[in-house]
Design a protein around this ligand. Structure first.
Ligand code: MSP
Length: 485
């Protein structure tokens, strides 16, 4: 990426429920990329937050005997707390109940009306509260929404529709030209497929007496703004679209805008959102990175199946860094896959306590026992493997293949462990002949230079561990990095 400045966003999460592993996955990807690009000298703004309007939240609050705002405050706080527990450092946390966001959404609605991008239409359809969207009869499975396994409700009302159809061709062109990049390939294909289906204009408002919990349409007190339109606008309201033009210019117009999201919400992001931006005459995001979903032991993660994993519970067992590792080392983000929690402990012990932890303590123990001067240059074989590892790692990270990049680092860790075992470096420590002394110095140098590289490359994934390795090297100390479980 050429741009020196990047805006990285995650979806804003619904607060009808607590954060789960799925939310943690996306937000961690954003954290890793933010840290990586910052280390490469880029200026990054990392935006996340919570999506707090809509019938889903209103009904959850009602069932818990709370006001919607109380539920929003409680659960939004839980998202913040979870990100803190996972060492996720965002720059701004937007809540759609923030006054500034509400004002921006209303301002944008007035703009769309002025530009004649909205029109009134009587609408009749089936509405799934879980999706917060209309659903077609043909997409139902046994009369139920296939995602939420609940029957939709019949809705008939007058709404303000957005003229999506007139923008489909323009968006298709921008995508094909690569002006709006959609990564990876499956997401690009799906988007182009959606555009080909000739999506219809969509309704951007709902009857207030039915939804109750939403931002009022500024020119029609009976209507509230559709929660998806409200939510998408967060990406520009958070950086000052309405009242801080300088900041908006900096982080939207003069920055590489990268949206990260799961494939469940592709249509809203790769078709609806670009169309809204076009209507507003605002630049499109530069890229949208779509990741796959994970299942838990082969099943969809859901409250009904009682298989929802709370990332905070994992942190209690594996610690902040252990949990980050376990989540990020499951599968390539493009693919998604099945999470096998029963294998977490084994993986933690094998990869972190043994491979990484032992390498660091073995090398530092040997080095500290004998004060040797470290060669500045590694031997030829190490030079080659270090160069290759870094090259592959950078290439992968630039393509957001963070799982594969993390694997490259662990390949280097394995290489070092094997070297140490094969060379039996510890046997040279008490030998006084020149060959042994030189051998020890060479081997320890190779390993220490590798540790420096490992700590740099692992930083975006395990920031505290990286700093800890640095501190141990500097202070000539040895402490276990990961407690065996
Ligand atoms: N509020 C909307 C997004 C509005 S963005 C303008 C929403 N919220 S959500 O709480 O349902 O979060 C959906 C996102 O959570 C997914 O796009 C994905 O990023 C993440 N995930 C939720 N479940 C997941 C998995 N099982 N696996 C991977 N990611 C998952 O949709």
């Amino acid at each position: 990426m050429k741009s020196k400045r990047i805006l990285i966003t995650t979806p804003i999460y619904y607060v009808n429920d607590k954060p789960h592993l799925g939310h943690a996955f996306t937000t961690l990807i954003a954290d890793v990329l933010t840290r990586f690009f910052r280390k490469r000298g880029k200026e990054v703004f990392f935006l996340t937050g919570t999506d707090e309007h809509g019938l889903k939240i209103y009904e959850s609050a009602k069932s818990l005997n709370k006001t919607p705002q109380e539920l929003c405050d409680e659960n939004s706080f839980l998202f913040k707390k979870s990100w803190e527990n996972l060492g996720i450092e965002y720059d701004y946390f937007i809540r759609t109940t923030d006054k500034a966001h509400i004002e921006t959404v209303q301002y944008i609605f007035n703009l769309l009306k002025e530009k004649e991008e909205l029109y009134e239409k009587e609408y009749e359809g089936l509405y799934c509260i879980g999706c917060e969207n209309f659903i077609l009869e043909k997409d139902l499975k046994d009369g139920l929404c296939p995602f939420h396994l609940k029957p939709p409700i019949k809705v008939s009302e007058k709404n303000y529709f957005f003229k999506l159809e007139k923008y489909l061709k323009v968006i298709e062109k921008e995508i094909k030209k690569g002006k709006l990049k959609i990564t990876p390939e499956f997401a690009l294909k799906e988007t182009l497929g959606l555009i080909k289906q000739n999506l219809s204009d969509f309704s951007t408002t709902r009857l207030k007496e039915r939804i109750r919990w939403g931002i009022e349409v500024p020119f029609d007190k009976d209507q509230v703004i559709y929660v998806w339109v409200d939510a998408l606008i967060n990406y520009i309201s958070a950086i000052g679209f309405y009242k801080n033009k300088n900041n908006f210019n900096k982080w939207w117009n003069k920055s590489y805008v990268l949206h990260i999201l799961g494939k469940d919400i592709l249509k809203f992001h790769t078709v609806y959102w670009p169309a809204i931006l076009k209507a507003l005459k605002v630049k499109l995001p530069d890229e949208e990175l779509i990741h796959g979903f994970f299942t838990i032991n082969g099943q969809k993660m859901s409250k009904t199946l009682k298989n929802v994993i709370d990332p905070n519970e994992l942190v209690k067992v594996y610690g902040k860094e252990g949990t980050r590792y376990l989540i990020l080392s499951q599968f390539p983000i493009a693919d998604g896959g099945d999470i096998k929690e029963s294998q977490f402990k084994e993986k933690y012990n094998a990869d972190l306590a043994n491979n990484l932890g032992n390498l660091v303590s073995r090398v530092l123990t040997l080095k500290n026992k004998k004060e040797v001067e470290i060669n500045q240059k590694p031997s030829r074989d190490f030079k080659k493997i270090l160069k290759e590892t870094e090259k592959n790692y950078l290439k992968l990270m630039e393509k957001y293949k963070i799982y594969e990049a993390l694997k490259e680092v662990f390949k280097l860790i394995d290489y070092c462990n094997l070297y140490l075992t094969q060379k039996r470096t510890w046997e040279l420590i008490n030998k006084e002949d020149k060959k042994s002394k030189d051998g020890f110095k060479k081997q320890i140098s190779n390993l220490l230079i590798s540790l420096e590289k490992i700590k740099d490359l692992i930083y975006p994934f395990l920031p505290d561990t990286s700093l800890k390795i640095e501190e141990l090297i500097k202070n000539k100390k040895v402490e276990p990095l990961f407690k065996r479980l």
